[in-house]
Design a protein around this ligand. Structure first.
Ligand code: C5P
Length: 226
């Protein structure tokens, strides 16, 4: 796979309810640059097209911001869906047919590294799906309510990040099944797992956090290159 065949889907249709701001965090300036633009900055030398699923309030923000930019690939803004899975499925419908591989990256992870992106692209040479993840250094408890039911062997536990990679044809088919059978998957790797694919783990980065809460925002401000 070369850069010329890789499309980024950047789901940006979340309302950011847990963040508590009127404007979703992906459209706020982090150290002076909108969070979703920071994602595009890192991806730009690795992709040939980008699809951004968003909602009615996000669309004008994205279009206004992109009008000031000159990224060297087409960017298609489309309508997202009621969950992240629906937004990615909607984005897949707009991927240019020249693209044979897809990277999906949360618009709320501005600190992604080039190494993570390249590791995903390399993994897609040999796998139909991959996920950037970090091994657990903590002991992991499975609980119901506030009662521990089980301790999970942490040697087998990873924390999933994005990007997550899909071979285009396999990914399109898996997401179509997920939508028609009403799955509720919280990431793309889960869709591929349930569709029967082996998903490869590639190394993530501790700074590649998803901004979800105001505490995450403060952390991202400390980590970002100013
Ligand atoms: O909700 P969560 O934090 O898992 O969202 C991860 C990413 O998915 C964010 O970039 C968010 O904008 C996006 N998303 C989406 N459509 C939804 C919900 C979330 O594109 N319906």
């Amino acid at each position: 796979m070369t850069t010329h065949t890789c499309c980024l889907i950047l789901p940006a249709a979340g309302n950011g309810t847990r963040f508590g701001s009127d404007t979703p965090k992906q459209f706020l300036p982090l150290a002076g640059r909108l969070v979703f633009l920071r994602c595009l900055d890192v991806f730009q030398s690795h992709i040939s097209a980008c699809v951004i699923p968003t909602n009615a309030s996000g669309k004008p923000i994205i279009e206004e911001a992109l009008a000031q930019e000159s990224f060297p690939f087409p960017i298609i803004v489309c309508a997202g869906g009621k969950t992240r899975m629906h937004s990615v499925a909607a984005g897949l419908e707009h991927v240019p047919h020249t693209c044979s591989s897809i990277l999906i990256h949360d618009a709320a992870r501005p600190l992604v590294t080039s190494d993570c992106i390249q590791a995903c692209q390399k993994s897609l040479h040999t796998h139909t799906a991959c996920v950037v993840a970090l091994p657990s250094h903590s002991t992991v408890k499975y609980a119901q309510g506030t009662t521990v039911k089980k301790t999970i062997n942490r040697d087998h536990v990873y924390f999933a990040q994005t990007p997550q990679g899909l071979e285009y044809t396999a990914g399109k088919k898996a997401f179509a099944q997920a939508i028609s059978e009403n799955w509720s998957c919280t990431d793309d790797a889960e869709v591929m797992e349930r569709a029967g694919h082996q998903v490869a783990i590639v190394p993530g980065h501790p700074h590649n956090i998803k901004i979800t809460t105001p505490e995450d925002w403060a952390l991202a401000e400390n980590l970002v290159d100013k």
